[in-house]
Design a protein around this ligand. Structure first.
Ligand code: SAM
Length: 268
């Protein structure tokens, strides 16, 4: 069977999604898919099962199984949030600045995407990452192994599992915490609802975790160290005041939305 005939069967999906799923099902790249090729029975069966899963609103990236993120590729499944382009943009912003951090911490690491991309970029840095979800940490540790990168993953609430000796010595603190309010869940697209709720929702207000990160960041940052936290565009004006002893500003994403708080620990 020709790949074009198979793609024609999947008219319920946008063409670009069907092409991505065909590439994933057959181990081909997108250019090969666009050019067309002969598909085996087994490949066709795999593709059709992928189409059914996507038809049940499973996130495309869970079906594909991997997501490229800066210099790394991470495996993703329903234990972790799918890394978003906005977060990759934050990574690019942070790594395009001069200087090399020696100690990096990633709070709320999920699949480990930020921690691993930062370790790949700054191979001499000590990198620590925390998450409250043991399931997410299993994925992150698998991703460290797949990418052959040495990151210390710690199980626990925000800063709690970090070793004490890191106090006032973190040069770069990054976080993409959950930042949705409980009331926002009802409006989420169905595929987003299949991602772990604990990765999306922070509490009744949505900014609970950002507030705690802002309150304690300066206790862990080295003098002049940088904190960068992804936030909801609806909280950006409020959350900046949560960052104590930090000279912070709001940074926009590529779509012009207020999506990050980036700041430097002020030195007295
Ligand atoms: C929005 S996801 C971010 C995942 C990844 N860093 C990314 O950018 O794609 C948030 C992650 O924070 C974790 N999390 C939620 N509450 C936490 C807490 N109090 N302390 C540490 N991690 C937490 C969730 O388990 C989830 O993996």
């Amino acid at each position: 069977m020709r790949s074009d005939d198979l793609l024609a069967e999947s008219h319920s999906l946008p063409r670009h999604e069907a092409e991505r799923l065909l590439a994933a099902a057959t181990g081909r790249n997108r250019s090969q898919v666009v050019l067309g090729f002969d598909v085996t029975e087994a490949e066709a069966a795999e593709f059709r099962s992928f189409i059914r899963r996507r038809g049940s609103d499973e996130p495309l990236q869970y079906i594909e199984g991997t997501v490229p993120f800066g210099p790394v590729t991470v495996r993703v499944d329903d234990r972790v949030l799918v890394p978003r382009p906005e977060t990759e943009y934050l990574f690019e912003l942070l790594t395009s600045r001069p200087g090399s951090p020696s100690v990096i911490v990633d709070l709320c690491t999920g699949s480990g995407n930020l921690a691993l991309a930062l370790k790949a970029t700054f191979p001499d840095a000590e990198v620590y990452a925390t998450d409250l979800s043991g399931d997410a940490l299993s994925v992150a540790r698998m991703n460290a192994e797949k990418n052959d990168l040495d990151v210390t993953f710690l199980d626990g609430d925000l800063f709690d599992p970090l070793p004490d000796h890191l106090r006032e010595s973190v040069d770069l603190l990054v976080a993409n915490p959950p930042y949705l309010a409980e009331s926002e869940v009802a409006d989420l697209p169905r595929d987003v609802l299949m991602e772990p709720r604990g990765a999306l929702v922070a509490g009744p207000a949505g900014d609970e975790l950002v507030e705690r990160i802002g309150r304690d960041a300066a206790l862990w940052l080295s003098p002049g160290g940088t904190v960068a936290c992804e936030v909801s565009e609806f909280h950006a004006d409020v959350v900046i005041s949560y960052f104590k002893d930090i000279e912070a500003s709001v940074v926009k994403d590529l779509a012009g939305r207020d999506r990050f708080v980036v700041g430097v620990r002020t030195v007295e």
